[in-house]
Design a protein around this ligand. Structure first.
Ligand code: SAM
Length: 211
């Protein structure tokens, strides 16, 4: 999607993707990443997800990348934190007690700027991107995080019944994107209650990659 699409969504508050509480599959399957207290989890395309607050409560450190400054300002407001804001190359870095969010295009974020991460949590990031961007995104994410293990959440539904985002990302595509290097393993498949956007039967699928 074009950057303008996402900036408009945040400006107009059209953020139906934002969940009111931490993602249930994250809570159930974080253990698959075998992390220890204080380790650093990276959330690509993080929005203002409540997953960040939950991970901080579990005593992890969190890094994120998000295009929208509005989203990141709201995130820190909702965390009750005043971030320190610095320039990090072409991106801005918002940081406060255990959370560092890079504001800008994730494709401009470099491994040396992000620093080491111990795991990745991708919810509504891969599936937010159109098919022609997903190969580039997966390769960039793997390089950016130096192949860190990943908990990935996808949606599966009939793409002809609804246009994305979120887009349908099939099991075959997960294998195509990450199969060679990360050995994706399916953890759980659950029905989306009432269907995606209340109109289309869909399943939410949890994968662990490289774990
Ligand atoms: C569907 S939302 C998901 C947000 C979050 N992961 C969640 O679960 O609520 C996708 C987010 O990706 C951001 N985004 C889109 N393209 C991006 C890019 N190239 N770099 C960084 N963020 C991007 C959008 O602004 C939007 O907040």
């Amino acid at each position: 999607m074009e950057h303008g699409f996402w900036h408009a969504r945040w400006a107009e508050g059209r953020i139906g993707f934002h969940e009111g509480t931490a993602n249930a599959l994250l809570k159930r399957h974080l253990g698959a990443l075998q992390l220890g207290s204080g380790q650093r989890v990276f959330l690509p395309l993080c929005g203002k997800t409540r997953d960040i607050g939950w991970l901080l409560e579990q005593r992890f450190r969190v890094a994120g990348a998000e295009l929208s400054r509005t989203a990141v300002e709201q995130l820190f407001d909702e965390l009750g934190q005043t971030p320190e804001i610095t320039q990090a190359g072409p991106l801005e870095r918002f940081a406060a007690s255990g959370a560092e969010i890079y504001v800008g295009d994730i494709f401009d974020l470099e491994p040396a700027t992000l620093g080491p991460v111990d795991a990745v949590f991708d919810r509504a990031a891969l599936v937010a991107l159109p098919e022609e961007m997903r190969q580039r995104y997966a390769a960039h994410l793997e390089a950016l995080t130096r192949g860190a293990p990943q908990l990935l959440i996808t949606f599966e539904y009939d793409q002809s019944a609804m246009s994305g985002p979120p887009f349908n990302v099939s099991a075959e595509e997960v294998q195509r994107l990450y199969g060679d290097s990360m050995s994706p393993r399916l953890l759980e498949r659950v029905e989306v209650p009432g269907g995606l956007k209340g109109q289309c039967p869909a399943q939410e699928v949890a994968w662990v990659l490289g774990g």
